[in-house]
Design a protein around this ligand. Structure first.
Ligand code: SAM
Length: 430
């Protein structure tokens, strides 16, 4: 039996590490989850995700409620107060329990001296919440995004930025990919319905099903047998567009953790797939995913910018380049992205993407297909990147995904849709 832990103090520590040390929540949260009972895991996750999602609102409220913000080694208490406010505004946790547990969090963090301050701030919020929440509506903090990102979104997507922000601020839908090797999508959907759950198909992506209500994977028919995989619909669009065929040589570059490697092999089980990624630790998850689904691929670690390090003269029929990117299309799944990315990352990533794209184009056979994809919604990483590429490489033509003047297909996140994603399908002259 795990001892009961103060979840608010754990959440404050996780948020402190994301915000102050710029660590990813997906690295910080799992070791904390191990310290709590199964019952408490989902509440701890909700406190971390929710507080990071709404942080600008919480920060603005704290600035109204405290004359001097807590800094330095006491910053964790600042985040504890944010966790307290998050519960009062956005959860159904009874206010007295939210208050008591949050105040107690200060003792667990060995900062008893702040118990009175935390109690005072949270109670003052309760007294003034109507007027404070009304005033918040006059401030940019109501969008829950950092200023640099809002500015970029407004500039890039004057028509769409508000719906993008709205989608980013909601919990994501749960999408599944039905493994064609076992069932047709509609057959598995019937199995899901027989098990008392419901799902919806996607108009463009033939293997995708969105669950009406997210559930633990163990409840899904045949999950452990590999009948379905959790994967966002837009991510599935990559293999729909790549259209891999049995017998072909396929390079899956930037492959880890292997979500698309396994999809390629579900669509074309007899394809020869080489999966390459720079990150050895993430590559171990490609092995795990292949093993779960009983599939085989060649796996190599290497830098996409230097193919000579991992490819000895091989040529490919198809290349999937799922490029490293700002991940601005998946903020609703990873709200820490808003706080880990910086404004000038976008240009740095665009440079890296173009170096990788230029380096692997020569590995494509004449007549072959390269699918460039990102989970970004920034034109610099997407349409502008491909426009420049088409300008530089006369033997490249864009098909099915826009034109040379307006290259690519850009998906935006939506409540019943997949994540924000970009695809450009390029064919090499034969
Ligand atoms: C969007 S993720 C890939 C997701 C993966 N395709 C999937 O479907 O599961 C981008 C990947 O690019 C890898 N990466 C970053 N820089 C790279 C480089 N220079 N060469 C190769 N891989 C790189 C990262 O390690 C990361 O795994």
């Amino acid at each position: 039996m795990k001892r009961s832990q103060n979840l608010r103090s754990l959440a404050a520590q996780a948020i402190d590490q994301v915000m102050e040390q710029k660590l990813s929540l997906s690295d910080v949260l799992p070791p904390l989850q191990e310290r709590v009972s199964d019952k408490d895991k989902s509440l701890l996750q909700e406190l971390c995700f929710g507080t990071l999602r709404t942080l600008p609102e919480l920060e603005w409220l704290i600035s109204q409620l405290m004359s001097r913000p807590l800094q330095g080694k006491h910053k964790v208490i600042h985040y504890l107060i944010a966790v307290g406010l998050y519960q009062l505004i956005h959860t159904r946790i009874p206010a007295h329990a939210a208050l008591a547990e949050t105040v107690e969090g200060a003792s667990v963090l060995k900062r008893q001296q702040f118990k009175g301050v935390i109690n005072g701030v949270l109670r003052q919020f309760q007294r003034q919440s109507d007027s404070l929440m009304a005033e918040l509506q006059q401030h940019e903090s109501r969008y829950w995004h950092p200023e640099w990102l809002l500015n970029r979104l407004r500039q890039a997507w004057p028509q769409h930025w508000e719906s993008i922000v709205e989608a980013n601020n909601h919990r994501p839908p749960m999408w599944l990919r039905v493994n064609r090797r076992f069932h047709q999508r509609d057959t598995w959907l019937k199995l899901l319905q027989q098990a008392g759950m419901n799902g919806f198909t996607h108009q463009d992506y033939p293997d995708a099903i969105r669950l009406e209500t997210p559930v633990p994977v163990a409840m899904l028919p045949g999950f452990s047998e590999g009948w379905v995989t959790v994967q966002d619909a837009s991510a599935q669009g990559c293999v729909a567009l790549l259209n891999p065929q049995n017998g072909e040589n396929i390079l899956d570059l930037c492959a880890a953790p292997g979500g698309k490697t396994t999809h390629i092999l579900e669509a074309a089980p007899e394809a020869n797939v080489l999966a390459v990624d720079i990150d050895k630790k993430r590559l171990s998850r490609v092995y795990e995913n292949l093993k779960r689904l009983g599939m085989k691929a060649e796996i190599k670690s290497g830098d996409g910018r230097y193919p000579e390090q991992w490819c000895s003269g091989q040529q490919f029929d198809r290349i999937l380049l799922d490029a490293p990117c700002s991940a601005t299309g998946v903020i609703r799944r990873h709200p820490d992205i808003k706080w880990l990315r910086r404004n000038n990352d976008i240009e740095e990533l665009a440079k890296l993407q173009s170096e990788i794209l230029n380096a692997v184009w020569p590995l494509l056979k004449p007549g072959g297909t390269l699918l460039y994809a990102t989970c970004s919604i920034m034109p610099e990483e997407n349409s502008q990147q491909i426009k420049q590429f088409l300008h530089n490489f006369a033997d490249a033509t864009i098909v099915e995904t826009g034109t040379s003047d307006e290259p690519g297909k850009q998906n935006f996140p939506g409540p019943d849709e997949g994540d924000g994603f970009f695809y450009a399908k390029l064919i090499k002259a034969s």
